[in-house]
Design a protein around this ligand. Structure first.
Ligand SMILES: C[S@@+](CC[C@H](N)C(=O)[O-])C[C@H]1O[C@@H](n2cnc3c(N)ncnc32)[C@H](O)[C@@H]1O
Length: 393
Protein backbone atom coordinates (compact mmCIF):
# COMPACT_ATOMS: atom_id res chain seq x y z
CA UNK A 1 0.00 0.00 0.00
CA UNK A 2 1.31 3.43 -0.80
CA UNK A 3 2.03 5.91 1.91
CA UNK A 4 -0.18 8.96 2.03
CA UNK A 5 3.06 10.88 2.04
CA UNK A 6 4.17 9.41 -1.27
CA UNK A 7 3.88 11.83 -4.13
CA UNK A 8 2.40 10.23 -7.22
CA UNK A 9 4.44 12.48 -9.45
CA UNK A 10 2.11 15.22 -10.61
CA UNK A 11 3.10 18.53 -9.22
CA UNK A 12 2.83 21.89 -10.82
CA UNK A 13 6.34 23.02 -10.08
CA UNK A 14 9.35 22.19 -8.03
CA UNK A 15 10.42 24.67 -5.43
CA UNK A 16 14.07 25.49 -5.20
CA UNK A 17 14.28 24.87 -1.46
CA UNK A 18 14.11 21.12 -1.42
CA UNK A 19 10.39 20.64 -0.83
CA UNK A 20 10.63 17.98 -3.51
CA UNK A 21 12.67 15.75 -1.23
CA UNK A 22 11.91 12.01 -1.31
CA UNK A 23 8.65 11.19 0.40
CA UNK A 24 8.53 9.36 3.69
CA UNK A 25 7.42 5.80 3.37
CA UNK A 26 5.81 4.93 6.70
CA UNK A 27 2.25 3.77 6.19
CA UNK A 28 0.79 5.48 9.20
CA UNK A 29 2.80 8.57 10.00
CA UNK A 30 2.90 9.37 13.67
CA UNK A 31 0.80 12.48 13.62
CA UNK A 32 -0.65 13.78 16.82
CA UNK A 33 -4.15 15.11 16.39
CA UNK A 34 -4.11 18.70 17.46
CA UNK A 35 -7.23 20.71 18.08
CA UNK A 36 -6.20 24.32 18.04
CA UNK A 37 -8.37 26.73 20.03
CA UNK A 38 -11.12 28.54 18.21
CA UNK A 39 -10.44 32.25 17.83
CA UNK A 40 -13.11 34.88 17.50
CA UNK A 41 -12.26 38.20 15.88
CA UNK A 42 -12.24 41.13 18.24
CA UNK A 43 -13.42 43.81 15.87
CA UNK A 44 -16.96 44.63 14.83
CA UNK A 45 -17.05 44.98 11.07
CA UNK A 46 -19.49 47.44 9.63
CA UNK A 47 -21.35 45.92 6.69
CA UNK A 48 -21.36 48.09 3.61
CA UNK A 49 -24.40 47.73 1.37
CA UNK A 50 -23.86 47.07 -2.32
CA UNK A 51 -23.88 50.42 -4.13
CA UNK A 52 -26.40 50.98 -6.88
CA UNK A 53 -24.71 50.85 -10.25
CA UNK A 54 -21.47 49.38 -8.88
CA UNK A 55 -20.16 45.88 -9.52
CA UNK A 56 -22.81 43.43 -8.30
CA UNK A 57 -20.61 42.08 -5.50
CA UNK A 58 -19.38 44.43 -2.80
CA UNK A 59 -16.32 42.35 -2.05
CA UNK A 60 -15.37 44.21 1.12
CA UNK A 61 -18.81 43.87 2.69
CA UNK A 62 -19.09 40.23 1.69
CA UNK A 63 -15.64 39.44 3.04
CA UNK A 64 -16.18 41.21 6.33
CA UNK A 65 -19.45 39.54 7.06
CA UNK A 66 -18.68 36.09 5.69
CA UNK A 67 -15.92 35.35 8.09
CA UNK A 68 -15.94 32.03 9.86
CA UNK A 69 -13.43 32.13 12.68
CA UNK A 70 -10.85 29.55 11.72
CA UNK A 71 -8.96 27.16 13.84
CA UNK A 72 -5.80 29.06 14.69
CA UNK A 73 -3.84 29.16 11.45
CA UNK A 74 -0.36 27.69 11.74
CA UNK A 75 2.52 30.13 11.93
CA UNK A 76 4.04 30.63 8.49
CA UNK A 77 7.35 29.15 9.58
CA UNK A 78 5.75 26.02 10.94
CA UNK A 79 3.70 25.64 7.76
CA UNK A 80 6.73 25.97 5.50
CA UNK A 81 8.73 23.53 7.58
CA UNK A 82 5.91 20.98 7.52
CA UNK A 83 5.56 21.29 3.75
CA UNK A 84 9.30 20.88 3.31
CA UNK A 85 9.32 17.84 5.52
CA UNK A 86 6.28 16.15 4.04
CA UNK A 87 6.61 17.15 0.40
CA UNK A 88 3.76 18.47 -1.72
CA UNK A 89 0.46 16.73 -2.03
CA UNK A 90 -1.00 18.42 -5.04
CA UNK A 91 -2.44 15.22 -6.47
CA UNK A 92 -3.29 13.13 -3.46
CA UNK A 93 -2.86 9.45 -2.96
CA UNK A 94 -6.32 8.75 -1.58
CA UNK A 95 -5.94 4.98 -1.67
CA UNK A 96 -4.95 4.88 1.99
CA UNK A 97 -8.21 6.56 3.03
CA UNK A 98 -10.17 3.97 1.12
CA UNK A 99 -8.08 1.18 2.52
CA UNK A 100 -8.49 2.42 6.09
CA UNK A 101 -12.26 2.52 5.63
CA UNK A 102 -12.31 -0.92 4.01
CA UNK A 103 -10.25 -2.46 6.82
CA UNK A 104 -12.46 -0.91 9.48
CA UNK A 105 -15.60 -2.06 7.71
CA UNK A 106 -14.23 -5.58 7.44
CA UNK A 107 -13.41 -5.50 11.14
CA UNK A 108 -16.95 -4.37 11.86
CA UNK A 109 -18.36 -7.20 9.79
CA UNK A 110 -16.21 -9.75 11.64
CA UNK A 111 -17.36 -8.32 14.96
CA UNK A 112 -21.01 -8.42 13.87
CA UNK A 113 -20.64 -12.12 13.06
CA UNK A 114 -19.11 -12.74 16.48
CA UNK A 115 -15.77 -13.62 14.86
CA UNK A 116 -13.66 -11.24 16.83
CA UNK A 117 -12.50 -7.91 15.60
CA UNK A 118 -13.34 -4.66 17.32
CA UNK A 119 -16.63 -3.05 16.44
CA UNK A 120 -15.86 0.50 15.42
CA UNK A 121 -17.88 3.25 16.99
CA UNK A 122 -21.10 4.53 15.52
CA UNK A 123 -21.73 6.94 12.64
CA UNK A 124 -19.45 9.92 12.56
CA UNK A 125 -17.13 8.65 15.28
CA UNK A 126 -13.89 7.72 13.63
CA UNK A 127 -11.73 4.80 14.55
CA UNK A 128 -8.23 5.67 15.79
CA UNK A 129 -6.86 4.65 12.39
CA UNK A 130 -9.28 6.90 10.56
CA UNK A 131 -8.42 9.76 12.94
CA UNK A 132 -4.71 9.37 12.18
CA UNK A 133 -5.38 9.42 8.45
CA UNK A 134 -7.75 12.39 8.63
CA UNK A 135 -5.50 14.34 10.99
CA UNK A 136 -2.56 13.79 8.66
CA UNK A 137 -4.30 14.96 5.51
CA UNK A 138 -5.92 17.96 7.22
CA UNK A 139 -2.54 19.00 8.54
CA UNK A 140 -0.98 18.62 5.13
CA UNK A 141 -3.76 20.56 3.42
CA UNK A 142 -3.39 23.47 5.82
CA UNK A 143 0.34 23.62 5.08
CA UNK A 144 0.47 22.64 1.43
CA UNK A 145 1.62 25.45 -0.82
CA UNK A 146 1.16 23.33 -3.93
CA UNK A 147 -2.60 23.39 -3.66
CA UNK A 148 -4.50 25.90 -5.81
CA UNK A 149 -5.34 28.96 -3.74
CA UNK A 150 -6.79 32.26 -4.93
CA UNK A 151 -5.02 35.55 -4.35
CA UNK A 152 -6.07 37.23 -1.12
CA UNK A 153 -7.81 40.06 -2.98
CA UNK A 154 -9.95 37.57 -4.91
CA UNK A 155 -11.34 35.95 -1.77
CA UNK A 156 -14.81 37.23 -0.85
CA UNK A 157 -15.89 34.48 1.54
CA UNK A 158 -14.13 35.64 4.70
CA UNK A 159 -10.66 36.81 5.56
CA UNK A 160 -9.36 33.88 7.62
CA UNK A 161 -6.71 31.43 6.41
CA UNK A 162 -8.19 29.90 3.22
CA UNK A 163 -6.52 26.50 3.51
CA UNK A 164 -6.76 26.20 7.30
CA UNK A 165 -10.50 26.86 7.26
CA UNK A 166 -11.00 24.43 4.39
CA UNK A 167 -8.99 21.77 6.22
CA UNK A 168 -10.98 22.42 9.39
CA UNK A 169 -14.22 21.84 7.49
CA UNK A 170 -12.97 18.70 5.80
CA UNK A 171 -12.45 17.42 9.35
CA UNK A 172 -16.04 18.37 10.28
CA UNK A 173 -17.47 16.78 7.10
CA UNK A 174 -15.76 13.51 7.94
CA UNK A 175 -16.09 13.48 11.73
CA UNK A 176 -19.57 14.97 12.06
CA UNK A 177 -21.07 14.24 8.64
CA UNK A 178 -19.54 10.80 8.09
CA UNK A 179 -18.25 11.77 4.61
CA UNK A 180 -16.52 8.81 2.96
CA UNK A 181 -13.73 9.11 0.35
CA UNK A 182 -15.90 7.57 -2.37
CA UNK A 183 -19.01 9.69 -1.81
CA UNK A 184 -20.24 12.39 -4.20
CA UNK A 185 -20.59 15.93 -2.90
CA UNK A 186 -22.95 18.80 -3.74
CA UNK A 187 -21.57 22.08 -2.38
CA UNK A 188 -24.19 24.83 -2.36
CA UNK A 189 -22.73 28.30 -2.07
CA UNK A 190 -19.29 26.99 -3.01
CA UNK A 191 -17.83 30.51 -3.17
CA UNK A 192 -14.23 30.45 -4.33
CA UNK A 193 -13.52 26.79 -3.66
CA UNK A 194 -12.56 26.94 0.00
CA UNK A 195 -14.36 23.65 0.73
CA UNK A 196 -13.56 22.14 -2.69
CA UNK A 197 -9.76 22.42 -2.52
CA UNK A 198 -9.41 20.23 0.61
CA UNK A 199 -11.95 17.78 -0.80
CA UNK A 200 -9.63 17.25 -3.80
CA UNK A 201 -7.23 15.68 -1.31
CA UNK A 202 -9.82 13.38 0.26
CA UNK A 203 -12.23 12.20 -2.43
CA UNK A 204 -10.97 9.34 -4.56
CA UNK A 205 -10.40 10.40 -8.17
CA UNK A 206 -12.60 8.57 -10.64
CA UNK A 207 -14.89 7.17 -7.93
CA UNK A 208 -16.66 10.32 -6.87
CA UNK A 209 -18.11 13.57 -8.12
CA UNK A 210 -18.24 17.09 -6.75
CA UNK A 211 -20.51 19.91 -7.93
CA UNK A 212 -20.14 23.44 -6.57
CA UNK A 213 -22.86 26.02 -7.19
CA UNK A 214 -22.68 29.72 -6.48
CA UNK A 215 -24.15 33.01 -7.74
CA UNK A 216 -20.78 34.82 -7.77
CA UNK A 217 -19.42 34.22 -11.26
CA UNK A 218 -15.85 35.32 -10.40
CA UNK A 219 -15.57 32.67 -7.69
CA UNK A 220 -16.91 29.95 -9.97
CA UNK A 221 -14.59 31.05 -12.80
CA UNK A 222 -11.58 30.84 -10.51
CA UNK A 223 -12.59 27.29 -9.52
CA UNK A 224 -13.17 26.27 -13.13
CA UNK A 225 -9.73 27.56 -14.11
CA UNK A 226 -7.70 26.49 -11.08
CA UNK A 227 -9.39 23.30 -9.85
CA UNK A 228 -11.26 21.50 -12.65
CA UNK A 229 -8.32 21.15 -15.09
CA UNK A 230 -6.36 19.20 -12.44
CA UNK A 231 -9.22 17.52 -10.58
CA UNK A 232 -11.54 16.32 -13.32
CA UNK A 233 -14.28 15.11 -10.96
CA UNK A 234 -14.75 18.66 -9.65
CA UNK A 235 -17.29 20.80 -11.51
CA UNK A 236 -18.53 24.29 -10.78
CA UNK A 237 -21.61 26.10 -12.00
CA UNK A 238 -22.76 29.69 -11.71
CA UNK A 239 -26.47 30.11 -10.99
CA UNK A 240 -27.70 33.70 -11.09
CA UNK A 241 -29.40 33.48 -7.70
CA UNK A 242 -30.44 36.79 -6.23
CA UNK A 243 -28.89 37.72 -2.91
CA UNK A 244 -28.86 41.21 -1.49
CA UNK A 245 -25.25 40.91 -0.34
CA UNK A 246 -23.63 38.66 -2.94
CA UNK A 247 -25.65 39.09 -6.11
CA UNK A 248 -28.12 41.97 -5.79
CA UNK A 249 -28.97 41.95 -9.48
CA UNK A 250 -29.51 38.17 -9.68
CA UNK A 251 -32.45 36.95 -11.74
CA UNK A 252 -33.16 33.59 -10.09
CA UNK A 253 -35.29 33.53 -6.93
CA UNK A 254 -33.85 31.15 -4.35
CA UNK A 255 -37.26 30.34 -2.90
CA UNK A 256 -38.50 28.69 -6.09
CA UNK A 257 -35.46 27.45 -8.03
CA UNK A 258 -34.56 23.90 -8.80
CA UNK A 259 -31.13 22.51 -8.05
CA UNK A 260 -29.27 21.46 -11.20
CA UNK A 261 -29.15 17.90 -9.92
CA UNK A 262 -31.07 14.70 -10.64
CA UNK A 263 -33.05 12.93 -7.96
CA UNK A 264 -30.82 10.90 -5.60
CA UNK A 265 -27.66 11.99 -7.44
CA UNK A 266 -25.46 12.90 -4.47
CA UNK A 267 -24.35 11.32 -1.19
CA UNK A 268 -23.45 14.47 0.72
CA UNK A 269 -24.57 18.09 0.48
CA UNK A 270 -22.97 21.07 2.19
CA UNK A 271 -24.13 24.59 2.91
CA UNK A 272 -21.24 26.16 4.79
CA UNK A 273 -21.91 29.73 5.88
CA UNK A 274 -24.73 30.02 3.34
CA UNK A 275 -27.92 29.79 5.43
CA UNK A 276 -26.29 32.65 7.38
CA UNK A 277 -27.19 34.87 4.38
CA UNK A 278 -30.57 33.46 3.32
CA UNK A 279 -34.17 34.27 4.28
CA UNK A 280 -36.32 31.45 5.75
CA UNK A 281 -38.27 30.81 2.52
CA UNK A 282 -35.00 30.13 0.67
CA UNK A 283 -33.66 27.85 3.39
CA UNK A 284 -36.91 25.86 3.17
CA UNK A 285 -36.63 25.55 -0.59
CA UNK A 286 -32.97 24.52 -0.42
CA UNK A 287 -33.68 21.84 2.17
CA UNK A 288 -36.45 20.25 0.10
CA UNK A 289 -34.38 20.44 -3.10
CA UNK A 290 -31.35 18.95 -1.36
CA UNK A 291 -33.54 16.16 0.01
CA UNK A 292 -34.57 15.36 -3.55
CA UNK A 293 -30.97 15.44 -4.81
CA UNK A 294 -29.62 13.14 -2.07
CA UNK A 295 -29.76 9.38 -2.27
CA UNK A 296 -31.37 7.56 0.67
CA UNK A 297 -28.83 7.63 3.50
CA UNK A 298 -27.26 10.84 2.15
CA UNK A 299 -26.51 13.69 4.52
CA UNK A 300 -26.88 17.44 4.54
CA UNK A 301 -24.20 19.35 6.47
CA UNK A 302 -25.28 22.90 7.21
CA UNK A 303 -23.89 25.74 9.29
CA UNK A 304 -26.06 28.49 10.78
CA UNK A 305 -26.43 31.04 13.52
CA UNK A 306 -29.05 29.61 15.89
CA UNK A 307 -30.33 32.24 18.30
CA UNK A 308 -31.40 30.75 21.62
CA UNK A 309 -32.54 34.03 23.17
CA UNK A 310 -32.15 37.78 22.93
CA UNK A 311 -30.37 37.62 26.28
CA UNK A 312 -27.60 35.48 24.96
CA UNK A 313 -26.93 38.00 22.18
CA UNK A 314 -26.50 40.69 24.82
CA UNK A 315 -24.12 38.57 26.91
CA UNK A 316 -20.51 39.79 26.87
CA UNK A 317 -19.21 36.37 25.81
CA UNK A 318 -21.26 36.38 22.57
CA UNK A 319 -19.38 37.46 19.41
CA UNK A 320 -19.94 41.24 19.37
CA UNK A 321 -20.48 41.19 15.61
CA UNK A 322 -23.69 39.29 16.18
CA UNK A 323 -24.94 41.05 19.29
CA UNK A 324 -26.74 43.47 16.95
CA UNK A 325 -29.05 40.79 15.54
CA UNK A 326 -32.70 41.77 15.83
CA UNK A 327 -35.68 39.48 15.43
CA UNK A 328 -37.74 39.96 12.31
CA UNK A 329 -41.38 40.62 13.15
CA UNK A 330 -43.53 37.49 12.52
CA UNK A 331 -40.55 35.61 11.09
CA UNK A 332 -38.37 32.90 12.69
CA UNK A 333 -35.21 34.80 11.82
CA UNK A 334 -32.86 37.50 13.05
CA UNK A 335 -31.05 40.09 10.94
CA UNK A 336 -28.28 42.55 11.52
CA UNK A 337 -29.51 46.04 12.13
CA UNK A 338 -28.43 48.56 9.53
CA UNK A 339 -28.15 48.82 5.82
CA UNK A 340 -27.41 45.21 4.98
CA UNK A 341 -29.66 42.88 6.92
CA UNK A 342 -28.56 39.79 4.91
CA UNK A 343 -24.95 40.22 6.05
CA UNK A 344 -25.75 37.88 8.94
CA UNK A 345 -28.99 35.96 9.35
CA UNK A 346 -29.83 33.96 12.48
CA UNK A 347 -32.73 31.58 13.07
CA UNK A 348 -34.85 30.80 16.13
CA UNK A 349 -33.66 27.73 17.96
CA UNK A 350 -35.77 24.83 16.66
CA UNK A 351 -36.73 26.44 13.37
CA UNK A 352 -34.09 24.74 11.21
CA UNK A 353 -34.92 21.37 12.75
CA UNK A 354 -38.58 21.87 11.80
CA UNK A 355 -37.58 22.81 8.23
CA UNK A 356 -35.38 19.73 7.93
CA UNK A 357 -38.12 17.49 9.32
CA UNK A 358 -40.68 18.99 6.93
CA UNK A 359 -38.35 18.23 4.01
CA UNK A 360 -38.15 14.60 5.21
CA UNK A 361 -34.75 14.60 6.94
CA UNK A 362 -33.85 12.98 10.25
CA UNK A 363 -31.59 15.17 12.39
CA UNK A 364 -28.34 13.38 13.22
CA UNK A 365 -26.37 16.12 14.91
CA UNK A 366 -26.74 19.63 16.19
CA UNK A 367 -23.76 21.41 17.69
CA UNK A 368 -23.58 24.96 18.95
CA UNK A 369 -20.57 26.96 17.80
CA UNK A 370 -18.08 29.23 19.52
CA UNK A 371 -19.87 32.40 18.37
CA UNK A 372 -22.19 31.93 21.38
CA UNK A 373 -19.12 32.36 23.58
CA UNK A 374 -18.84 28.74 24.69
CA UNK A 375 -16.06 26.31 23.89
CA UNK A 376 -16.67 24.51 20.61
CA UNK A 377 -14.48 23.06 17.87
CA UNK A 378 -16.38 25.15 15.29
CA UNK A 379 -17.43 28.79 15.12
CA UNK A 380 -20.89 28.63 13.54
CA UNK A 381 -23.57 26.18 14.66
CA UNK A 382 -23.63 22.89 12.74
CA UNK A 383 -26.56 20.69 11.79
CA UNK A 384 -26.23 17.31 10.10
CA UNK A 385 -29.39 15.69 8.75
CA UNK A 386 -29.90 12.42 6.92
CA UNK A 387 -32.33 11.33 4.24
CA UNK A 388 -33.79 8.10 5.63
CA UNK A 389 -32.64 4.91 3.94
CA UNK A 390 -36.22 3.71 3.64
CA UNK A 391 -39.22 5.94 3.06
CA UNK A 392 -41.65 5.94 6.00
CA UNK A 393 -44.67 3.65 5.59
C1 LIG B 1 -19.72 33.08 3.40
S1 LIG B 1 -19.68 32.56 1.78
C2 LIG B 1 -19.30 30.86 2.01
C3 LIG B 1 -18.71 30.23 0.81
C4 LIG B 1 -18.26 28.79 0.99
N1 LIG B 1 -19.33 27.94 1.41
C5 LIG B 1 -17.12 28.74 1.95
O1 LIG B 1 -17.33 28.44 3.14
O2 LIG B 1 -16.02 29.05 1.53
C6 LIG B 1 -21.38 32.51 1.31
C7 LIG B 1 -21.57 32.02 -0.11
O3 LIG B 1 -22.96 31.85 -0.38
C8 LIG B 1 -23.19 32.26 -1.70
N2 LIG B 1 -24.60 32.58 -1.87
C9 LIG B 1 -25.23 33.76 -1.67
N3 LIG B 1 -26.53 33.64 -1.93
C10 LIG B 1 -26.73 32.37 -2.31
C11 LIG B 1 -27.87 31.65 -2.72
N4 LIG B 1 -29.07 32.22 -2.80
N5 LIG B 1 -27.72 30.34 -3.02
C12 LIG B 1 -26.50 29.76 -2.96
N6 LIG B 1 -25.40 30.40 -2.57
C13 LIG B 1 -25.50 31.68 -2.26
C14 LIG B 1 -22.27 33.46 -1.84
O4 LIG B 1 -22.05 33.81 -3.18
C15 LIG B 1 -21.04 32.99 -1.13
O5 LIG B 1 -20.15 32.34 -1.99
Amino acid sequence: MNSILAIPGHRPDTPANGANAPAKTSEYPSVRIRRAPVTTPATTPQPTPPKAGSAPLDRAAATQMSDIAPISPPAAKEGAAAADADGGLFIPDTSLGEAVDAEDEAENARAAQGKGGRKTSSFGDLTPRQEVYLGAICRQIAHNRFLPTPNKDEVFVGDGDYLAIGAEFLGHFVRLGGLKPTESVLDIGSGIGRMAVPLTQYLVPGKTRYLGIDPVADGIKWCQNAITPVYKDFRFQTVDLANQLYNPEGKVAGDSWQLPAKDAEFDFATMVSVATHLPPAEVERYCSEIFRALRPGGRLFMTAFIVRSANELAAPKCDPRLSGLVREKDQPCWHLRGENPMAAVGFDNGYLESVLAKAGFALLRKGFGAWHGDKSPHYQDILVAQKPRRSPK
